[in-house]
Write a protein of this length. Structure first.
Lengths: 80, 254
């Protein structure tokens, strides 16, 4: 999967502008929130379960919405 | 997901043909201004699944936001009427903008995409500087170049078409801007603008400006487009009054 954005060469540790736009619009967040979440995901040392719970708490997402797992998976694809 | 596509690709049929039937369903509901939760209810999905579909739709179509998806679908369906665009603006208005600046930003994005234009700006008069200042602009390369050239700040004393529209309070349409000696050289030559639509609008009784759409293609806009832009300007006035009544206009003016 390509993650090349419109704002220059890919940096594995950073989210491209294009991905920020996509994830922000798809998950009804701001681009700043997505960028912050990307930082948390990059540096997270705990379990996926706890990371998803933290993301859901941060955005007030109900676990039944499945927004947390989908969002985390999308963020990880974007950061690969 | 392939993200190599340029967000301004024009072949809508080709881009949308990549969508799966389910993505089409989601895109159609996006174009009605529905949120993830509302779409999920209609299609009996979870909001997470809907968001995942939305991400794929944006990626495949090259759109930068769900607003662009909505606008592209409306254009694809040929519903280019005043009624349709105003309905679209009104529906999409509920998705985010909470103040006048947000409403203007939202409108410039929708209008640039809807008209297939290269830039759309909402200029507001700054009395202190006796200038027209772009309070909101579409996120398009031409608008970014305009800002880089400092053409988002236009002293009335410099003249130009926007100053004329503002001072005369008259709408303006031109399809051969390069021949308009009254237009600023920066607009004609540095930006290479060939077509312009501009209408005066009012954010409030004291705060007025000009809504302008530009294209690098000659004769890009017709008279019906000008009428449509007049309607949009009226819509913006109504929205601004609503925000003003809610006490949010002050924040937008700072």
């Amino acid at each position: 999967m390509s993650i090349r954005g419109n704002d220059g060469p890919d940096e594995p540790s950073r989210l491209s502008r294009r991905w920020r736009e996509i994830l922000a619009s798809a998950y009804e967040l701001t681009e700043a929130q997505v960028a912050q979440d990307a930082g948390h995901v990059r540096h997270w040392l705990g379990s996926d379960e706890h990371l998803i719970a933290a993301i859901e708490l941060r955005h007030a997402w109900n676990p039944d919405s499945e927004l947390g797992p989908y969002f985390l998976a999308a963020l990880r694809r974007a950061l690969t | 997901m392939a993200l190599e596509r340029d967000g301004r690709a024009n072949n809508l049929d080709e881009l949308f043909s990549d969508l799966t039937p389910r993505e089409w369903e989601v895109a159609a509901l996006i174009s009605q201004g529905l949120t993830n939760e509302e779409i999920a209810r209609q299609l009996t999905l979870t909001p997470g699944t809907v968001a995942n579909h939305v991400a794929h739709i944006l990626s495949k179509t090259g759109a930068r936001s769900r607003v662009q998806v909505a606008v592209r679908l409306v254009r694809r369906n040929g519903n280019r009427t005043a009624h349709e665009v105003l309905e679209l603006l009104t529906r999409l208005q509920t998705l985010g903008p909470t103040d006048t600046r947000g409403a203007l930003q939202h409108a410039t994005e929708v209008l640039a995409a809807f008209f297939g234009a290269d830039a759309c700006d909402a200029f507001v008069y700054d009395a202190a500087g006796e200038s027209l200042v772009a309070l909101a602009s579409s996120q398009t390369p031409l608008a970014e170049r305009q800002r880089a050239l400092d053409l988002h700040h236009l002293p009335l004393s410099h003249g130009g078409r926007l100053a004329w529209v503002f001072e005369q309070q008259q709408a303006f349409r031109d399809g051969s801007v390069e021949d308009d000696a009254f237009e600023l050289v920066g607009i004609r030559h540095d930006l290479g603008v060939r077509s312009t639509l501009a209408v005066p609008f009012a954010v409030s009784a004291e705060r007025r400006g000009v809504l302008v759409i530009r294209s690098l293609a000659p004769d890009h806009f017709g008279e019906p487009d000008l009428e449509l832009l007049r309607f949009v300007a009226y819509w913006l006035t109504v929205v601004a009054q609503q925000h003003s009544a809610n006490g949010t206009v002050r924040a937008a003016e700072t």
